[in-house]
Ligand binder design. Structure first.
Ligand code: NAD
Length: 352
């Protein structure tokens, strides 16, 4: 019998397919908007230029300064462009950083948003905004932060370089994995999570050999969307807490940190949720979930050690302290010694 559960749907329009970049002008018009502030970042000048051209005179301003972890100073600069141009819509082309900036503008002004994700971070479908100021990260959540439209263009996603695609896809995998053992897990989200895991696993295993294959990119992008929906719908556990601390307090890179940490957290949690790990293993077509994920990352040359990401061995104790001081709900109780052991394995890059 299915256990009782709560599920709250989120309101946005999703377009998924090939060649959808061409629809961006129509989506702005559909919202009844005509003055666009285009957001992008330095690495995405090419796609940004294409969108600017497609928008034509509707593009009244452009800001290419989005940065990781949504610094408030950058948002204030973008606010200046929004006000000066009298824009009534934001179109954002980029990864989680550009999406974060768009959401920060919407949180302050209610401006409509059309988002074209180029990574697999999933932020575009969550009502959560994390911002940094003076080294401190604050988070808020509201449906008003959500974009009106998300356009997932498989062809656009093909431009994401393989090394970034690898870590970004494992970042997405982590949302789906933690959704399955979340305190709020429910059958709707479980279905998305398992579908995301098999799509991401399949896409990752073929990515390095066939980086331009649209089927591979489609599997990854669809998996990323579903994983983002998981992140938006249920609470995350130890993995997200650890990555939050490692990124927020120790400055480690977002997606690479997720990639190194995930198999170790899965191994830590496995004794508490063996049936979840069995479902993940089946979705991946691997005999064992934690070592299956680790092996997948190794095969695609993803990062496997915290040492290589620049964390000092002497920092592990402080990370464990922060994680246990304000823990997220997690199936396996958070014992400092156990977390330290997990971190030591992840620091050395040993197979869990
Ligand atoms: P990102 O947006 O910084 O992108 C990673 C790198 O890839 C950047 O250097 C970017 O310029 C580059 N890039 C992106 N697309 C490219 C392309 N097509 N071609 C070449 N280079 C490209 O990082 P991310 O991992 O996508 O997102 C991380 C950020 O998103 C963090 O700030 C994180 O906190 C936030 N995030 C928020 C949520 C949420 O729900 N609020 C969810 C996930 C991530």
């Amino acid at each position: 019998m299915t256990a009782g559960f709560e599920y709250v749907g989120l309101p946005y329009r999703i377009l998924f397919g090939r060649g959808l970049l061409d629809e961006v002008g129509a989506e702005v018009s559909r919202l009844g908007r005509s003055r666009v502030l285009l957001l992008s970042s330095g690495d995405l000048a090419g796609p940004g230029d294409r969108v600017e051209k497609l928008l034509g005179p509707r593009c009244v301003a452009r800001f290419d300064g989005a940065a990781l972890h949504t610094p408030v100073g950058v948002t204030e600069e973008a606010m200046g462009h929004l006000r000066a141009s009298d824009a009534d819509c934001v179109v954002a082309v980029g990864g989680g950083s550009t999406t974060g900036l768009s959401k920060a503008l919407a949180a302050r002004t209610g401006v409509d948003q059309v988002i074209l994700p180029t990574t697999y971070a999933g932020s575009e479908v969550t009502p959560v905004l994390g911002e940094t100021a003076g080294g401190t990260k604050t988070t808020r959540s509201s449906p008003s932060i959500l974009p009106e439209t998300v356009i997932y263009d498989v062809e656009l996603s093909r431009g994401l370089p393989v090394p970034i695609a690898v870590t970004s896809a494992v970042n997405a995998l982590a949302h789906a994995v933690e959704a399955l053992y979340s305190a709020q897990a429910n059958p709707i989200v479980d279905g998305w999570a398992l579908d995301a895991i098999s799509g991401l696993g399949n896409g990752l295993s073929r990515l390095t050999g066939e980086p331009d294959d649209l089927e591979v990119r489609s599997d990854l992008l669809r998996g990323a969307w579903l994983a983002g929906m998981c992140l938006a719908s249920v609470g995350m556990g130890l993995h997200h807490k650890l990555c939050h601390v490692l990124g927020g307090s120790f400055g480690l890179p977002h997606a690479s940190t997720h990639t190194v940490v995930l198999p170790h957290v899965m191994s830590y949690n496995a004794p508490a949720v063996p049936e979840v790990m069995a479902r993940i293993a089946r979705a991946l077509g691997a005999p064992d979930a934690p070592s299956g994920v680790f092996g997948l990352i190794e095969r695609v040359d993803g990062p496997t050690s915290l040492r290589a990401l620049g964390l000092g061995l002497g920092d592990l104790g402080a990370v464990a302290d922060q994680v246990t001081a304000s823990p997220y709900p997690n199936p396996q109780p958070l014992a400092r010694e156990g977390i330290l052991e997990l971190l030591t394995g992840a620091w050395h890059g040993v197979r869990p």
